[in-house]
Design a protein around this ligand. Structure first.
Ligand SMILES: [Zn+2]
Ligand SMILES: [Zn+2]
Length: 347
């Protein structure tokens, strides 16, 4: 068994050096997904949902267009491919495995046809996350609900999958839909989350330096303040200590609920509810990577053996999800009215 992933303490308490940050502190719940066998009663990524048998499964009407260079596979084929890859690690493929992979990825003729294949009709959405309020302290559930279900259409709309949110009271679900429909194809294999159990952990976060007041930005950029406080931060950061602040002290990387967004792909943009002009709250970060070499990488005892049938998961990418070329998809909700449409940003 693995031990619970635990975020190491921050290198130092940033509010002792920059006290004006203190009122901006927010908690976030890091989800620390790890491959497993979630049930509908578990909080999970890519796991089965507690979905009422009598309720229509969500579908997306498109448009769905696939570039002919991409082979849009079904979820079943992507699972098969991943299982073969895991089982054959360290040995040659068996003839049967090779045959299966050739069926999934037939040899292509050259030159490739650059056909564009549209998928007509509506496409069943895929489970992305199921979060019970009891497991996730930073999940703010609308009154009368204690469960959030996030699904997505595994096609780009136009640059990432389109998400749908469902809030429920878990106790009201009697009969669970046993075999939900699946999409016939997905734009990319990376849009099929590997089933993961969660190890929620609450951490404290601060805004990206670009979201701070001019005065605070100047303080953070003043290397002598860091030195006077004896923070021990490497001299390599002397000309731009904000970089250390953003990567090690501000927002945690990886899948999380609440907290402050990490920006990288784009500069921070305002998150305003288009319906009522309220400042929207960060709900869920769907991350490509759980972390890099930063101090946010959790401590955990590695398993001696991966669970049977599972790939030896890449600790940086346990869910196998990739957004863009390695970014995050962040979902925002309106704090005043949960029925106002949510927003999605890639960063
Ligand atoms: Zn769609
Ligand atoms: Zn609103």
């Amino acid at each position: 068994m693995t031990s619970t992933p635990t975020t190491p303490p921050r290198p130092f308490d940033v509010t002792t050096v920059f006290p004006q940050l203190a009122p901006l502190a927010r908690t976030a719940t890091r989800l620390h997904p790890r491959p497993g066998l979630p049930s509908p009663q578990d909080s999970s990524i890519g796991g089965p949902l507690l979905w009422p048998a009598g309720e229509q499964w969500p579908h997306c009407d498109g448009p769905h267009v696939v570039d002919g260079m991409n082979l849009a596979l079904s979820p079943a084929d992507v699972r098969l491919k991943r299982r073969i890859r895991a089982a054959s690690r360290g040995r040659a493929l068996t003839p049967q495995e090779r045959k299966t992979l050739e069926r999934i990825h037939p040899p292509r003729e050259y030159p490739h046809k650059l056909a564009v294949a549209p998928y007509e009709g509506s496409v069943a959405m895929l489970p992305v996350a199921q979060l019970y309020a009891r497991d996730v302290p930073d999940l703010q559930t609308p009154e009368g609900t204690d469960l959030l279900q996030v699904l997505w259409c595994p096609f780009d709309h136009p640059i990432m999958p389109k998400t749908a949110l469902f809030w429920r009271a878990a106790a009201t679900v009697a009969d669970i839909l046993a075999t939900p429909p699946e999409p016939p194809a997905m734009q990319f294999d990376d849009y099929l989350p590997e089933p993961c159990l969660l190890n929620p952990e609450q951490v404290t976060e601060y805004p990206d330096h670009l979201e701070l007041s001019k005065e605070l930005q100047e303080q953070l950029g003043n290397w002598s303040l860091w030195q006077v406080a004896d923070t021990g931060v490497d001299n390599a950061y002397a000309s731009y200590p904000q970089e250390f602040y953003d990567s090690e002290l501000a927002g945690a990387p990886g899948w999380k609920v609440g907290g402050w967004p990490r920006w990288g792909a784009t500069d921070p943009t305002p998150r305003i509810c288009p319906t009522c002009n309220s400042d929207m709250d960060a709900l869920l970060t769907i991350a490509t990577f759980e972390g890099d070499d930063s101090s946010w990488l959790p401590h955990e005892e590695p398993a001696d053996e991966p669970p049977t049938g599972f790939d030896q998961f890449d600790p940086r990418q346990p869910t196998a999800v990739q957004i863009g070329s390695g970014y995050d998809q962040q979902l925002y909700v309106c704090p005043t009215a949960p029925e106002h449409p949510h927003a999605e940003l890639m960063h």
